[in-house]
Design a protein around this ligand. Structure first.
Ligand code: MET
Ligand SMILES: [Zn+2]
Length: 810
């Protein structure tokens, strides 16, 4: 049921202003709205006197110390609280975060970094880039906004959400803006102004942050019915920025942070050429613009920054210390440099000595008045505070700094440069001791692990024989029918499973009782698969909380947080494991369950493992050794697991690598190197088995078209790959795949059950691209989020269609 009728419509947090409702006196025209009395240069010199080694945070996590925002938002969605309560919670969270940052000593604090769902979507909404499907649904503005983020299904309304896309190479996801020739860009909400005023009322003068117009349009796509290139709309969009910045200036904002993270990507000329006209217009709006880039190296893109009428430039010196040498020479005499020396992306304590050296280099070139000490990016990507992590051993905890602690670090670094090291001697000494302790800790350098890495040979990455030989040997043993059917691993994680696992974790039931429970679950999932008539069975993964955490908890080198949540998308948060040391596997991790599952069926049981890149990408990685070294350590640990499964009689082993695609570097010139070590890690994990053992791999969550040749290079015997949602768009590359392949036949995210005819049509379509002896039949991904009734119906229909196909194509 819709709860809209309960909401008062005059709450203006996400205030939609219709064209007619706007006051004539408020309607701005380009460049004349609230003209700034001083020319920019004068503004800057006035400002320069005030600036002296200030510290700055580009944006703070929004979800709240204990995920208060998530809880309130979900309560609102389910009708448990009203809009007023949600807005009040959000307001309290913002105030708390501003005060917290100030209390830690941060000078420049952002506003408008808050979002109910996603900051990119906030801009779509604010600029009136609201696709027509969300309009005229009779929803409140806030519900229109949420419908864009999560879709809306009820009796009279059925709209899907906007497309969700990964935010650069982070684990945050944004909603992709949609624009067309008819998008009527205008100021649709006053969110940045409202939040600026809100902070001001709380006594805090903030620097509002906006996503820049080039980034907004580069990340946007044209609506289905429009052929427009989003960048062609730049001249229509920029006046809205000018109007908005004018309003912020009128409210008292002096500086505005405008984020253009796309400057670390390979960019087409038309995007690069847009910077000059856009910022020439924006520069006249009366504010001092801090143009912020982050997440990587600017490289040649630095050229477009030269001569832009902005008051400052921010660059990420954590991801790319070279940015310092790139940016310093292009700054004009008055421009300020914001040095991003404290990571917004990882949880490691900043090495003060290194950070201070970078800042001092900037100061030597520019003077203290023109340097700001900043977080490398928004610190959105880090958990709120280390304070709650009471269970992490103190000797490891001292290596970490979460969001709150990063704020304090910024203040110390700024003070060290401003007043000299003596002013913060105790902090510097403590930091140096922590850094040293980590470097010297036995867990960061385990001889056995390093020796094993040194002994890795090229031959360890090669299967004994080529695919054709292997598949024949496998078929001898497995005797699978044409079009073998299987699933991807997990079966519905019922409430009973989760409750029992929790009880076990809390010590409320014995290990023996838990084991009995898990075996009962496995047995019933195996029986179910036999009844449905699947060919290669799985044990269902009832013992796993999460496909990465489950393995991390059983390996050396990982630690886990109690409350280290970070926003993944919307209200969804994840709690990534932290890789703290060299990784190894003290004992088998999955053998007991797989062996038991195999013991209760004559059909082949598929062992189920998460592969190295996915474990690495879905954790916080170390920053003291490279990703490739970490991936190799994980691969060696998993290699042992693969061989133990084989020794235990498991003939088919699936190694899930859904994050392979998302690990791709931001710049294409870096792809080859990444793919080399990532593929090597997979091969190191899997290549030690006999020809008779069948290696499967699984891919989902991304569009794999552009790395399909790399998937081939994994040399797996069978791959399953998400396909159904993408309108079977993989079909064209499928024919290139030379091993067996199971493109997903149904979308596991939807409760909809495709009829047998639809399954059969999909199989027919796939057979146009894939030779029949190589086609496998399976869903898109694991079934753990589904309920049993639809799972049963889906699989029954899938098997029925397969049987028809077998008759037809035998
Ligand atoms: C995100 S991929 C998930 C694969 C895993 N084996 C599962 O079935 O849940
Ligand atoms: Zn999957």
């Amino acid at each position: 049921m819709s709860c809209d009728r309960f909401f008062s419509r005059d709450l203006s947090y996400l205030y939609i202003k219709t064209a007619r409702a706007s006051h004539p006196s408020e309607s701005p025209s380009l460049g004349v709205f609230r003209p700034n009395p001083l020319p920019l240069s004068q503004n800057l010199s006035r400002l320069s006197k005030k600036l002296n080694m200030q510290s700055s945070v580009l944006g703070f996590p929004r979800i709240g110390k204990n995920r208060e925002l998530k809880k309130a938002t979900e309560a609102y969605w389910s009708g448990k609280i009203k809009q007023e309560e949600l807005l009040a919670t959000a307001k309290a969270i913002r105030a708390e975060h501003w005060k917290l940052q100030k209390a830690q000593g941060v000078d420049i604090v952002a506003s408008n970094d808050f979002s109910f769902y996603d900051h990119v979507m906030d801009h779509s909404f604010m600029f009136n880039a609201i696709p027509t499907r969300y309009q005229n649904l009779g929803l409140s503005p806030l519900d229109v906004y949420f419908a864009m983020g999560r879709g809306r299904q009820e009796a009279t309304v059925d709209v899907p959400s906007q497309e969700m896309v990964k935010w650069f190479d982070s684990n945050y996801h944004f909603m992709r803006p949609e624009v067309s020739d008819s998008t009527d860009f205008k100021l649709n909400s006053t969110k940045p102004v409202d939040e600026f005023n809100e902070a001001k009322a709380a006594g805090i003068n903030t620097r509002p942050v906006l996503l820049g117009p080039l980034t907004f349009l580069h990340l946007a796509k044209a609506t289905k019915d429009s052929k427009v290139k989003p960048i062609a709309l730049l001249s229509k969009l920029v006046p809205v920025y000018v109007e908005l910045i004018g309003k912020l200036v009128a409210a008292g904002a002096e500086w505005i942070q405008v984020d253009e993270p796309i400057l670390v990507l390979d960019l087409p000329t038309e995007i690069l050429e847009g910077f000059k006209p856009a910022y020439e217009a924006i520069g006249k709006a009366g504010a001092k613009i801090m143009l912020a880039t982050y997440f990587g190296a600017l490289k040649n893109n630095v050229e477009v920054l030269k001569g832009l009428p902005v008051a400052g430039i921010h660059a990420d010196l954590v991801r790319s210390p070279q940015n310092l040498d790139a940016v310093l020479p292009i700054l004009s005499k008055e421009q300020v440099f914001s040095a991003g020396v404290v990571s917004g992306r990882n949880i490691w304590k900043t090495n003060f000595q290194k950070a201070i050296a970078l800042v001092e280099k900037a100061v030597a070139a520019l003077g203290k008045e023109r340097v700001i000490v900043a977080s490398s990016s928004s610190i959105l990507h880090i958990p709120h505070t280390l304070e709650s992590e009471t269970q992490i051993k103190p000797e490891i905890k001292r290596w970490f700094a979460f969001a709150t602690e990063k704020c304090a670090e910024l203040a110390v670094i700024a003070k060290a440069v401003k007043e000299g090291p003596a002013a913060v001697r105790a902090e510097l000494d403590a930091n140096a001791a922590d850094v040293k302790a980590r470097a010297e800790s036995p867990i960061t350098n385990v001889k056995a692990v390093r020796d094993r890495q040194a002994a890795v040979t090229p031959a360890m990455h090669e299967r004994a024989a080529p695919f054709e030989t292997r598949i024949a040997a496998q078929q001898e043993i497995l005797k699978l029918p044409l079009f073998p059917t299987t699933t991807i691993g997990s079966f519905p994680q019922t409430k009973e499973i989760r409750v029992t696992r929790n009880k076990f974790t809390k010590g409320l039931i014995t290990e023996a009782d838990y084991q009995t429970f898990i075996e009962k679950e496995i047995k019933s999932v195996v029986d179910f698969q036999e009844e449905v008539g699947l060919d290669v069975l799985v044990h269902g993964e009832p013992e796993r909380n999460d496909m990465v955490q489950y393995f991390g908890e059983q390996m050396e080198g990982f630690v886990f947080t109690l409350n280290g949540w970070v926003q993944s998308y919307g209200s969804r948060c994840v709690r990534p494991p932290i890789i703290v040391g060299d990784v190894s596997r003290p004992a088998p991790m999955t053998v007991k369950e797989s062996k038991y599952a195999q013991s209760v069926t004559k059909k082949p049981m598929k062992g189920m493992l998460t592969a190295p890149i996915t474990i690495l990408r879905w954790s916080f990685p170390r920053d003291d050794v490279s990703d490739s070294v970490q991936a190799q350590q994980i691969a060696l640990a998993l290699r042992d697991e693969v061989q133990d499964l084989e020794a235990a009689g498991i003939r088919v082993i699936q190694c899930d690598e859904p994050a392979l695609r998302e690990g791709l570097p931001l710049r294409t010139e870096d792809w080859a190197e990444y793919l080399k070590w990532a593929i090597d890690a997979f091969r190191l994990m899997t290549a030690g088995v006999k020809n008779e053992t069948q290696i499967h791999s699984h891919f989902c969550y991304s569009d794999f078209n552009d790395i399909f040749d790399s998937i081939l290079r994994l040399d797996a015997d069978v791959i399953s790959i998400e396909n159904s949602k993408s309108d079977m768009k993989l079909n064209n590359v499928l024919s290139q795949y030379t091993s067996c392949i199971g493109p997903g036949l149904f979308d596991i995210h939807s409760p909809r059950v495709p009829p047998v005819t639809e399954f059969k049509e999909r199989i027919d379509a796939l057979l146009k691209h894939i030779p029949k002896e190589r086609l496998w039949i399976n869903p898109d991904c694991g079934l753990k989020t589904r309920a049993w009734p639809e799972t049963k119906a889906d699989l029954e229909n899938m098997v029925a269609a397969t049987r028809q196909a077998r008759e037809q194509y035998a």
